[in-house]
Design a protein around this ligand. Sequence first.
Ligand SMILES: [Zn+2]
Length: 132
Amino acid sequence: MVCFPLIFLLTIADSHYIAIGMTTLQIQRRIAQLQQQLLALGRLHPGSISEQYNICGTPGCHCKAPKNPRKHGPYYQLSYTWRGKSSSRFLRAEQVETMREKVANYKRLRELVQEWVELAVALERAEREQAK
Ligand SMILES: [Zn+2]
């Protein structure tokens, strides 16, 4: 594996560095970092959490008061689609914080994987350019 410093590459030929300005060594190091970050991800779950306020059927309840109605809630709902199937369920209040972390970890997973794939494609291109 040939890994020239970027400055050197810039002086030889434009074709020897990739669009994002990283050397093949820098790309490989960044991929290794991403792999470590992926390993360190905790529990995860796809989806998003929404807050809902509801009206009940009890006559005279404050949720339907003509003046300043106070709806019931918040109720927290987790919604997600996985393998084409949509799902949604309510969370107990004490589950919300943990689920927020899982949802954030899933989002992070997607970001890390996307960057890894982008770098993988860029690395291939950089190596092809260097082989010329
Ligand atoms: Zn009510």
